[in-house]
Design a protein around this ligand. Structure first.
Ligand SMILES: *Cc1c(COP(=O)(O)O)cnc(C)c1O
Length: 370
C-alpha cells in the first residue's frame, strides 16, 4: 500500500464538519472579500503569534514581497538595496526580493540546522545591505538571537520567512515574533494550511501593518481613495473561515510532528543516512523531516519501491534556476552539496505509528551500493 508524502485530505477530513459549517456561514453571509472572517482571523492569528498585528494576504510570496514594498513605501528600503537570504531556500524568498527591486545576497547555511549561519551573514554585510531575511527552513527557527544582534549592530531590518515554521518557539516566543516583520504561508501543505492559497504578514509595527493593509488592496484603506500603487492580494473570506477552524489545532499537530521526529531520530541509524541534529524540541516545528545521504537518489528509489513517497526540498538552489541564470557568478559549495543530499521523509499530523515504523524499516533496509 502506498504511503503518501503528506495526506492533506486526511488532515482536513478530521475537521470536515467544522469546515463545512464555516463554509456555509461564508456562503450565506454574502460577503466574500475583506469582511468579518478576515478581520477575526487576523485578530486570532496575531494573538496566537503573540503580536499586535496580522494582515491577511493572498499567499506567502505576497506576504514577503508586501513587507518589502511597504518598507520601500515608508522610505526604509530603496531600489538596489541588498537583502541577505539563505542560498538553500525555496525560490519564493528570492522572488519576493527581486520583485521588489531589491538585490538578494545569498549566504551559506549552517550544516547542522540548514539555516543562515550568523558568522557568514556578518561577513556578507556591505555598504548596500539593509535587511536580513532568515528562513526558518523545514520548520526550525534560525538562530534569531545571533541574527537580531547582528541586525541591531548594523541597523538592518529583519524579515522572517516563517512560511514553514508555524508553531516553532524559542523561550516561549513564536516564529514570526523575532524580527521586524514576518511572512506566513497558508498553502494547503503548510503546518497551518487553508483549502486554497493564503498568507499573512505579522508585525509589532502598527505603521508597517497599516501600509501592508493598504498595499494588498490597491493601495487603499478607504474605497476609491488610492494613496499608494498597491496590488490585489487579499486573503478571502472563505480561506479565512477555513483557517479559523484549523488554527486551534496547530499546536497539537506540531506536537504530533515532534513525536514522529523523535521516533525517527531514535530509530534511524544507517551509515548512509544522516538524520537532522536536534537542537531543542521547541525550536523545531518539523514541517519537514529532512535527512541527508550521499546516495540520495538511490535512497529515494529504495523507499519508493516499498511504496513510500519522499520529496526533495529542494533539488536546485534558487540562484541556479533558469529564472536567475544571471546569478551564475554565485557559488555556494555547502548549499549546492545540500541540494544534492537532502531527502524529506513523510511526516504530518495524521501519520500513524504503523506508517512511521514502516518508514524506519524501509530506511534501515537501504542496502550497500551495488
Ligand atoms: C511555501 C513557502 C513560501 C511561499 O508561500 P506561498 O503561499 O506558496 O506563496 C515562501 N517561503 C517558503 C520558505 C515556503 O516554504
Amino acid at each position: 500500500m502506498d504511503l503518501p508524502f503528506l495526506d492533506v485530505r486526511a488532515i482536513n477530513a478530521r475537521h470536515a464538519d467544522e469546515l463545512k459549517a464555516a463554509a456555509a456561514r461564508v456562503i450565506d453571509s454574502g460577503w466574500y472579500v475583506l469582511g468579518p472572517e478576515v478581520e477575526a482571523f487576523e485578530r486570532e492569528f496575531a494573538q496566537w503569534c503573540g503580536l499586535p498585528h496580522a494582515v491577511g494576504v493572498g499567499n506567502g510570496l505576497d506576504a514577503l514581497s508586501l513587507i518589502l514594498r511597504a518598507y520601500k513605501s515608508l522610505g526604509r528600503l530603496a531600489d538596489g538595496d541588498e537583502v541577505i537570504v539563505p542560498g538553500n531556500t525555496f525560490i519564493a524568498s528570492f522572488l519576493a526580493i527581486t520583485q521588489s527591486g531589491l538585490v538578494p545576497v545569498a549566504v551559506e547555511p549552517e550544516l547542522s540546522t540548514f539555516n543562515l549561519d550568523p558568522a557568514r551573514v556578518e561577513a556578507a554585510i556591505g555598504p548596500r545591505t539593509r535587511a536580513i531575511m532568515p528562513v526558518h527552513l523545514y520548520g526550525q527557527l534560525a538562530d534569531m538571537h545571533a541574527l537580531t544582534a547582528i541586525a541591531h549592530r548594523h541597523e538592518l531590518l529583519v524579515i522572517e520567512d516563517a512560511a514553514q515554521a508555524h508553531g516553532a518557539t524559542w523561550s516561549g516566543r513564536r516564529a514570526g515574533a523575532f524580527g521586524d516583520a514576518a511572512a506566513f504561508s497558508f498553502f494547503p501543505a503548510k503546518n497551518l494550511g487553508a483549502l486554497g492559497d493564503g498568507g499573512a504578514v505579522v508585525t509589532a509595527d502598527a505603521e508597517l501593518a497599516g501600509r501592508v493593509a493598504a498595499l494588498r488592496n490597491y493601495g487603499s484603506l478607504e474605497k476609491y481613495r488610492h494613496l499608494y500603487q498597491g496590488v490585489n492580494s487579499r486573503l478571502d473570506e472563505m480561506q479565512a473561515a477555513m483557517l479559523r477552524v484549523k488554527l486551534p489545532y496547530v499546536d497539537a499537530d506540531v506536537a504530533r510532528r515532534r513525536a514522529i521526529a523523535r521516533r525517527y531520530l531514535a530509530a534511524i541509524h544507517h551509515p548512509d543516512i544522516l538524520v537532522p541534529t536536534l537542537h531543542s524540541d521547541e525550536r523545531h516545528a518539523w514541517h519537514l523531516f529532512v535527512v541527508r545521504s550521499a546516495r540520495r537518489d538511490a535512497l529515494q528509489a529504495h523507499l519508493l519501491a516499498q511504496g513510500i513517497h519522499s520529496q526533495v526540498h529542494y533539488p536546485v538552489a534558487p540562484y541556479r534556476q533558469p529564472a536567475y541564470a544571471v546569478a551564475d557568478a554565485v557559488s555556494l559549495p555547502l548549499t549546492e552539496r545540500l541540494h544534492d543530499e537532502v531527502l524529506s521523509l513523510p511526516i504530518g499530523p495524521t501519520l500513524g505509528d504503523e506508517a512511521v515504523e514502516r518508514v524506519i524499516a524501509a530506511c534501515m533496509s537501504f542496502g550497500a551500493p551495488a
